[in-house]
Design a protein around this ligand. Structure first.
Ligand code: PEP
Ligand code: MN
Length: 335
């Protein structure tokens, strides 16, 4: 349930409502908005009775929240969440481009890629220092050395940086080097990891699990919000289906659907969604045309030499084309 308070409700009335919620054994989470203050009831399994609130002062409206995810839902938070990172605004009208190699590579190569994607419109640099690989024999990432390189990228280019965190033990160290923590598809329901990442206080980019439903994905986001971190960026990166013609099936249906269900920004990762560099640009266009707040794309100055995911990694020239597409698509009329 969402309890919307009257504009002129007193502090004592706010406290009274929160106390009533707690005395029922539930948690009270204040949800400030531009036009009103509301208090969300969480921790209830079934519907919450209205009776305990009927005689309380300062209440404007009691709203039933129909979704199991509360803080993530648009019912509780009608306005879009806009997340400021570096110079970028994720969730605002203009889409944000996040680009870089799959893995952090040598410092000189990584800086070279960062400078070039920055020159072509990227506002956020992406690269993994810790890589969750299917095979234990594949390159696992440079670890802390990679984090140092990401810090150099940030210092030298001014780009904000997103990187993946793969276990709770490394959350604090990773968070001390970067601007956004990425939770990879394989870890979307690793709740001890996502709670720890949430508490680091940085925005969290939460990729959709390999075969996660929308509800499972939004409930994973709810874990982050329930830890007090409101800055979650959802990322569609393709799901496992019967199709074998692509690495994954990029499910662009979720873009408008998530936007109707949640106030959180959603971005699209066409690189992992298709797995083939020749199809990244068309699907990047499609993601933006569907209304995504940005793209996460694997880009390299010499894609065939990439330490990981070379087959889906595009050139800087292709990335430049996507930047032009983004400008054009941003100029289209809203649906
Ligand atoms: C990545 O972004 O490089 C990555 C490993 O992505 P995902 O978790 O979507 O497979
Ligand atoms: Mn990758």
């Amino acid at each position: 349930m969402l309890i919307v308070m009257q504009k002129d409700a007193t502090t004592a009335q706010h406290d009274g409502v929160q106390e009533a919620i707690r005395s029922l054994g539930f948690e009270a989470i204040p949800v400030p908005g531009p036009s009103r203050m509301a208090i969300c009831v969480v921790g209830n399994d079934g519907p919450v009775s209205e009776a305990p609130f009927v005689g309380l002062g300062g209440i404007a409206e009691l709203i039933r929240v129909s979704q199991p995810y509360k803080l993530v839902s648009r019912e509780v938070h009608p306005e879009n969440t806009v997340i400021s990172v570096g110079n970028a605004q994720i969730g605002a009208a203009r889409p944000v481009l996040m680009a870089g190699p799959c893995s952090v590579e040598t410092e000189s190569r990584t800086l070279e890629i960062a400078r070039q994607v920055a020159a072509k419109g990227a506002e956020i640099f992406r690269a993994g220092a810790y890589k969750p690989r299917t095979s234990p024999y594949s390159f696992q990432g440079l670890g802390e050395e990679g984090l140092h390189t990401l810090k150099c990228v940030r210092d030298e280019t001014g780009l904000a940086v997103v990187t993946e965190v793969i276990d709770p033990e490394s959350v604090d160290i990773v968070a001390s080097y970067v601007d956004i923590l990425q939770i990879g598809a394989r870890n979307m329901q690793n709740f001890s990891l996502i709670k720890k990442a949430a508490r680091a206080g940085l925005p969290v980019l939460l990729k959709r699990g390999l075969s996660a439903t929308i509800e499972e994905w939004l409930m994973a986001a709810e874990y982050i919000l329930s830890e007090g971190n409101k800055n979650v960026i959802l990322c569609e990166r393709g799901i496992r289906t019967f199709s074998t013609h692509a690495r994954n099936t990029l499910d662009l249906n979720v873009v408008p659907l998530v936007q109707s269900l949640s106030h959180l920004p959603i971005v699209v990762d066409p690189s992992h969604g298709v797995g083939d560099r020749n199809r990244v640009r068309p699907m990047a266009r499609a993601g933006l045309a569907a209304g995504a707040s940005g793209l996460l794309i694997e880009v390299h100055t010499a894609p065939d030499t990439a330490y990981s995911d070379g087959a889906q990694t595009i050139s800087v020239e292709d990335f430049e084309g996507i930047g032009r597409d983004a400008e054009l698509i941003a100029g289209l009329e809203d649906l």
